[in-house]
Design a protein around this ligand. Structure first.
Ligand code: TXA
Ligand code: MG
Length: 319
């Protein structure tokens, strides 16, 4: 069983010896290994049961390091990096040959981000290589936002989980690529679109609903608990179906006070707080004796867009 601790040096040692380690970030926990070491990266795919066509994100602690691994770092990326790194933003660049094909699933581009978490930044500063790290969950399941979440599912398969507490953002990074010198969003995430629009005006989205070979994280069914999730008007659904053993995930309003399977993500109506609590709520309800999870559509502003994206993908799991 994995040791859960805060020993950055021990984590660094394991990573230098080609092992896989759970690491905290501000978005979700990652399952990290040396991005330049094919064998280490192979272990990530095995531990997660992840298909080889789904490329990994590389993590470093400085813009200068990113530049040593990519063929081109466009001006738009400079602007984004200066404004939002460290933070929940991933950017795609044409890769140098030193990044192995397995890390990028054969793509000519590599994803990089600088995560905003003090323990992991300290860890990265002690390493001479980037850390490839997908979210630390079995492929297709809800991402982990605490060390305990990682241990619950992958603890038998890894030796160490660096414990950085609960993730502050709670939803995966926004992924941006560059097409004709314009940023294009491939995955909605912890960096709200509005912040990008402030810098660049309109921003193009390329979020295929079913399967996007450029960003498999956009697979139609992803981020899914094992219980069926239904998104809709909770009050109306409950009125129609009052006897069903249901869990509820709502934004501000508690639709069934006193029912411990009725979880409110932010009674103050704060979308950041809601995003932070979302995946934990899905995991909690997945462990309750209920048949279905009802949830509602969130306001389509700020992090609400990414929350709706994740809920929609988790709801298509059983279709
Ligand atoms: O917040 C996050 O991004 C977290 C933390 C750990 O950093 N990581 C994460 O990784 O969510 P993962 O593996 O669950 O999702 C990474 C997604 C892939 O599914 C893929 O869609 C996209 O990143 N990706 C990675 N490299 C890519 C590339 N070269 N081109 C297009 N998409 C890429
Ligand atoms: Mg993931």
């Amino acid at each position: 069983m994995a040791i859960i601790g805060t020993d950055v040096r021990q984590a660094a040692e394991l990573l230098r010896s080609g092992q896989v380690v759970g690491i905290p970030t501000e978005t979700v926990y990652g399952l990290a290994a040396n991005a330049l070491d094919e064998q280490a990266v192979t272990k990530i795919f095995a531990v997660k049961n992840r298909p080889a066509f789904d490329p990994l994100i590389c993590h470093v602690d400085s813009i200068g390091k990113v530049k040593t691994f990519v063929l081109d770092f466009p001006e738009e990326a400079e602007i984004l990096a200066r404004n939002f790194w460290p933070g929940p933003l991933t950017m795609l660049f044409p890769k140098k040959a030193i990044i192995p094909d397995i890390t990028t699933s054969g793509l000519a581009t590599v994803a990089f981000r600088i995560p905003r978490h003090p323990l992991t930044l300290s860890l990265l500063s002690q390493l001479s290589f980037p850390l490839a790290a997908p979210s630390a969950n079995p492929f297709g399941y809800v991402s982990p936002t605490s060390a305990a979440h990682v241990a619950a599912q992958l603890g038998e398969k890894i030796d160490y989980i660096l414990d950085g507490g609960d993730c502050q953002v709670g939803i995966e990074s926004t992924i941006i690529g560059f097409e004709n010198s314009r940023p294009v969003v491939y995955r909605l995430g912890g960096m709200p679109l509005e912040l990008l629009q402030e810098l660049f005006g309109t921003i193009d989205l390329s979020l295929n609903k079913s399967s996007n070979p450029l960003a498999p994280g956009q697979l139609k069914s992803h981020y899914a608990p094992s219980k069926k999730v239904i998104v809709g008007d909770i009050a109306a659904i409950l009125a129609e179906n009052p006897y069903k053993k249901a869990g509820i995930i709502s934004f501000k309003e508690n639709y069934q006070p006193g029912n411990d399977s009725s979880i409110v993500l932010s009674s103050a109506g704060d979308l950041q707080e809601a995003a932070k609590n979302l995946f934990k709520a899905l995991r909690t309800l997945d462990s309750h004796a209920i048949e279905v999870i009802y949830t509602e559509k969130f306001p389509e502003i700020g992090l609400g867009k990414a929350i709706n994206d994740r809920l929609q993908r988790s709801s298509t799991h059983h279709e």
